[in-house]
Design a protein around this ligand. Structure first.
Ligand code: ZN
Length: 88
C-alpha cells in the first residue's frame, strides 16, 4: 500500500534564515505557504508568481510582510511557511 506523501510545513524561521534567503537562493525543493492568523486560512504561494511580482531577489522575510490574505484581506501577522517537497 502506498502512503500519500505529505509536505511537512515548518515556520520559516525554524530552518531557513529568511532575512538572508531570497527567492533566488532558496533551494527549489521548498514550497511556500502562507497562513493568516485572523481566519486561519492557509494557501500555497506560487514562487514564480512572487518572483514576478516582487523580483527574485526579495528576501523571504520581506515577502512575509507583504502577504495579504485572500480570505479576509488581513495584512498583518501573516506567516510564511516553508514546505519541503519529497526528494527522490
Ligand atoms: Zn484571513
Amino acid at each position: 500500500m502506498k502512503h500519500r506523501r505529505s509536505i511537512d510545513l515548518v515556520a520559516s524561521h525554524e530552518e531557513v534564515a529568511t532575512d538572508r534567503e531570497t527567492l533566488a537562493t532558496l533551494p527549489q525543493w521548498y514550497v511556500l505557504h502562507a497562513r493568516c492568523p485572523a481566519c486561519q486560512r492557509e494557501a500555497r504561494i506560487d514562487r514564480r508568481m512572487l518572483a514576478y511580482s516582487y523580483g527574485k531577489d526579495i528576501s523571504l522575510a520581506r515577502i512575509g510582510l507583504r502577504l495579504k490574505c485572500n480570505g479576509c484581506g488581513n495584512r498583518t501577522g501573516n506567516q510564511l511557511l516553508l514546505g519541503r517537497l519529497p526528494r527522490d
